[in-house]
Design a protein around this ligand. Structure first.
Ligand code: AMP
Ligand code: ZN
Length: 483
């Protein structure tokens, strides 16, 4: 697909309007996404933010843009509240676990990258790590220190009254907003924030560096201003993050960018935010204690791509409620799609990439219109269903259409098999080959009209947590119950 399809229109949080995407550099799209703070596992709510950023990236590629996507790894500077309160998340995790902050960062970065791969999120052009950019952060801070900052005993602070329209992105800055507790003595304005935090006298931190403002660590917001500029340029196309970032982190990044560039330009043309994954208790968050990781879903026998599908079934700007029912419904839908795609593959003798059937062309246009309309993935999925359901059209052309669409949705429909999505719950006590064997024996018993023997096999499997699903329309003959 090229730019001659529907114009790509995206919701810009800055203007609160849908705008046409116009790249700064002809034919290119440069995107920066705020990445994880690697002091703990990412929960599935966090992963929604990367599924969204990946969908944006895939749509930009579909529209023919040459994509450069950067995601950062925050391994220093993020305090336990988003403003300037509380200890550094990494240092806190280190003192609680007895491990070094560096080891903690390495471990959780590895787990995060594993989850990214399991969700079929395309890796960015570069993972940029905050601690590898501290010198550049100090250099950046030096350029804004005189005109825009002031020093207190605790560090160097940004004076938010020195930039035009501070907080325009957030609009309503509420007193009760997350992290809006002013605990720093001497700040000129409540919204002022740390650029550099000095290590308090007599203390040492595991992660600290020398700077013109004393030994210490950079403020969290600084890294994203510095790394986005370094890898994407003074002005780039799109900046993404979860909707919580619209309130503090991104307004602060914008303020730094404006100060550094001596201009009202925010750095990115479009700022985009995904809404929260919520559950009955509200926003899923790490500080709330219990949270779900991707591994929890896998342990329950749910394939990771069922979670990706669950996210795509909602628009990224809507809240998405997590429930096991929703997730299992998405898993069933994924199974249906995988089975349909597998049947297509089985029927194709000579693969093709030429799609000249008018109905398929029409459906590709509908798909393009859906994703170009501020990434309307729920609608795009119904187009995919429609393609899979066109039973009378040549399977080779249909498979080619599915492949094109799936390059955007990322559900691996061209390669996944029924066996792949049959994820074994971690509590399962039986092995799959044995189940298949028992089922053969049961079929044989039924064939011989030996129903007591057939029932005995069913009961034995049930006692091992295996449910037999006779007559299942998806021919999903059995299922292992997670407990
Ligand atoms: P963090 O590791 O806390 O810096 O968060 C990583 C990303 O997840 C950020 O873009 C957050 O805005 C986003 N995020 C945090 N909680 C949720 C949630 N419940 N639903 C969706 N996105 C979230
Ligand atoms: Zn950021």
């Amino acid at each position: 697909m090229t730019n001659d399809g529907a114009p790509l229109r995206l919701f810009n949080s800055l203007t609160r309007e849908i705008e046409e995407f116009r790249p700064i550099h002809e034919g290119e799209a440069r995107v920066y996404s705020c990445g994880p703070t690697v002091y703990n596992y990412q929960h599935i709510g966090n992963m929604r933010a990367y599924i969204f950023a990946d969908t944006l990236g895939r749509v930009l590629s579909w529209k023919g843009y040459d994509l450069t996507h950067i995601i950062n790894i925050t391994d220093v500077g993020h305090l336990t509240s988003d403003a300037d309160a509380g200890p550094d998340k990494m240092e806190k995790a280190a003192s609680e676990s007895g491990k070094s902050a560096w080891d903690i960062a390495e471990y959780y970065t590895g787990v995060f990258k594993g989850d990214i791969a399991r969700l079929n999120i395309r890796p960015p052009a570069k993972w940029t790590v905050a601690t590898a950019h501290v010198e550049a952060m100090i250099d950046f801070a030096k350029t804004i220190a005189d005109k825009h900052c002031y020093e207190l005993d605790s560090g160097l602070y940004f004076d938010t009254s020195t930039v035009p329209e501070y907080g325009r992105l957030a609009r309503a800055v509420t007193e009760e907003g997350e992290g809006r507790i002013d605990t720093v003595e001497g700040k000129r304005h409540q919204s002022d924030f740390a650029i550099w935090r000095k290590t308090p006298e007599g203390e040492t931190r595991q992660m600290e560096w020398d700077s013109p403002w004393g030994r210490g660590a950079p403020g969290w917001h600084l890294e994203c201003s510095v790394m986005s500029k370094q890898y994407l340029g003074e002005q780039f196309d799109v900046h993404t993050g979860g909707i919580d970032h619209r309130e503090i982190h991104h307004p602060n990044e914008i303020a730094q960018n404006q100060a550094h560039r001596c201009s009202a330009h925010t750095g990115a043309n479009i700022w985009m935010h995904n809404n929260f994954l919520v559950d009955r208790r509200g926003k899923m968050s790490k500080s709330a204690g219990e949270f779900l990781t991707l591994q929890t879903l896998v342990d329950k026998g749910v394939h990771p791509l069922a979670y990706r599908l669950m996210c795509l079934q909602a628009h990224y700007r809507s809240e998405l409620e997590f429930s096991w029912e929703n997730l299992l419904a998405a898993l069933t839908r994924l199974k249906r799609m995988v089975m349909a795609a597998q049947q297509l593959r089985d029927r194709v003798e000579a693969p093709t990439t030429d799609i000249d059937h008018p109905r398929l062309q029409q459906l590709l246009t509908a798909f393009d219109e859906a994703v170009s309309d501020d990434l309307n993935t729920p609608k795009a999925l119904t187009v995919l269903d429609d393609v899979l359901g066109q039973k009378k059209i040549d399977p080779a052309q249909r498979l080619a259409t599915v492949a094109l669409i799936d390059a955007v949705l990322g559900l691996e429909l061209v390669t996944l098999t029924r066996q792949d999505i049959r994820v074994r719950p971690s509590t399962a006590r039986v092995d799959e080959a044995l189940i298949e064997h028992q089922l053969d024996l049961r079929d044989e018993a039924k064939g011989n009209k030996n129903f007591p023997a057939a029932d005995a096999i069913r009961n034995e499997l049930a006692s091992n947590g295996v449910e037999i699903m006779d007559g299942d329309p998806l021919r999903w003959d059995w299922r292992i119950e997670a407990n």
